[in-house]
Structures are given as structure tokens and as C-alpha cells.
Ligand binder design. Structure first.
Ligand code: PRP
Ligand code: URA
Length: 210
């Protein structure tokens, strides 16, 4: 059975996604919004991290208090647009390692082409969160996760900002063990494979290209 996708309903996330979609939003604002939304999503995606008690001393007394129980994380952005989510993720979990997967979609066929893969050497001991703002046909996410699974990480989550139903269906069919987090589930893909209403080309909007 596939894991039920998490779709954010938090007002802050919804407000920021609206700003992100607007075509007047500048690249600077776009990058800031992606970072902020990622922080809010990482907060949700780390809810299940195990915690344990430690003894500490406050200025008042000795007490037991909670810390995260030594889980090691790795964030793996899919280049290019996933890079926009890395700063927000590391802001919350600075000890995480970062791997990179390079992938671009052929604009005609929409088939993803991998061009780079560098993952942490100790990935077998890590819980991986794959980062990509856009889940459109799902081809890039499925291929990236195929590559990561060959290296046997402890677990994999996939985090995006906008998902199309088509991509969500493919990803949950091909990788039912992967928990998906998205900030918005949109209506559909258009004839060119773009998400509607979406936000356009995320990589171009982050980096000011095109
Ligand atoms: C975008 C996006 C995803 C992919 C999603 O990247 O960042 O990686 O498209 O599409 P899919 O679900 O149909 O595979 P793109 O290929 O445009 O590359 P870029 O990030 O370098 O612009
Ligand atoms: N990639 C994007 O950047 N935007 C889309 O709408 C689909 C794929």
C-alpha cells in the first residue's frame, strides 16, 4: 500500500504559495518564498523523527529534556530547481548532508535525462529527503529516486511545492514506500507538460533565465 501524500493546509504555506505563483513576483522574492515554504514543509516532514531524553542543567536546576535521537539526514535536490529548496532545509537541519542529482526534461518528449549524481558516502545510514519544487509528469522524481535507491538509504521522502495529479499518481505507483510532501496539489498538466495553474518554469524563475 502506498503512503498517503501529505498536502499542506497551513495558512502560511497557502499564502506564500499564492505569492509564488503570481507572475509579477521577482526572482529575488521567488527565491525567498521557496526558502520559507521549504522551512515550513521540513517542519512537517520531520514530525516523525525519534527523540530521546538527555539530562541537562538549566540556570535553575538539573532536568531531563528531549533531543533528536541521532538520526542522520541527507537532502538531495534535483538540479536545477531543487537547489532553491536547499537553504531552507539546511536552515532547520544544519547537520544534514547534501547530495545532488542533475536531471533535465526534454522539452518535446518530457523524458528526464540524468546528467549528474553525487550522493553522500554514508547514505546507507541516512534518511533522504529529495527536493524539487515541481512534480509534473513525475518522470524526474521517479528516476531520481531510482538512482538513490541503488545506494540503499535508510528511507526516502520526496518534497515538492507544486504537484500535478499525474505526477503524484506515477510517483506513488512506482515508489509506494516514499512519503510525498507537497504544498499544493494543482489541477492538471497542459499539452506541454506544464502544471496548471502552477507557477511556470521553476528553474527559470529561481535563476532568472529564459
Ligand atoms: C523541472 C522541475 C522538475 C521537472 C518536473 O525541471 O524542476 O525537475 O521539471 O517535471 P517532470 O515531473 O515532468 O519530470 P527541468 O527539467 O525544467 O530542469 P531545470 O530545473 O534545470 O529547469
Ligand atoms: N517544470 C516546471 O518548472 N514547471 C512545470 O510546470 C512543470 C515542470
Amino acid at each position: 500500500m502506498s503512503k498517503r501524500p501529505f498536502i499542506a493546509d497551513h495558512p502560511l504555506v497557502q499564502h506564500k504559495v499564492t505569492l509564488l505563483r503570481r507572475k509579477e513576483t521577482s526572482s529575488k522574492q521567488f527565491r525567498e518564498l521557496i526558502k520559507e515554504i521549504t522551512e515550513l514543509m521540513v517542519y512537517e516532514a520531520t514530525r516523525d523523527l525519534p527523540i530521546c531524553d538527555v539530562e541537562i542543567e538549566t540556570p535553575m536546576t538539573v532536568t531531563t529534556s528531549k533531543v533528536i535521537a541521532g538520526r542522520k539526514l541527507a537532502f538531495v535536490p534535483i538540479l536545477r530547481a531543487g537547489l532553491g529548496m536547499v537553504d531552507g532545509a539546511l536552515e532547520l537541519i544544519p547537520s544534514a548532508r547534501v547530495g545532488h542529482i542533475g536531471m533535465y526534461r526534454d522539452e518535446e518528449t518530457l523524458i528526464p535525462h540524468p546528467y549528474y549524481c553525487k550522493l553522500p558516502g554514508d547514505i546507507e545510514e541516512r534518511d533522504v529527503v529529495v527536493l524539487d519544487p515541481m512534480l509534473a509528469t513525475g518522470g524526474s522524481a521517479v528516476d531520481a529516486i531510482d538512482q538513490i535507491k541503488k545506494r540503499n538509504p535508510r528511507s526516502i521522502k520526496f518534497m515538492c511545492i507544486i504537484a500535478a495529479p499525474e505526477g503524484l499518481k506515477l510517483l506513488t505507483e512506482k515508489h509506494p514506500d516514499v512519503q510525498v510532501y507537497c504544498a499544493s496539489l494543482d489541477s492538471h498538466l497542459n499539452e506541454n507538460g506544464y502544471i496548471v495553474p502552477g507557477l511556470g518554469d521553476a528553474g527559470d524563475r529561481i535563476f532568472g533565465t529564459k
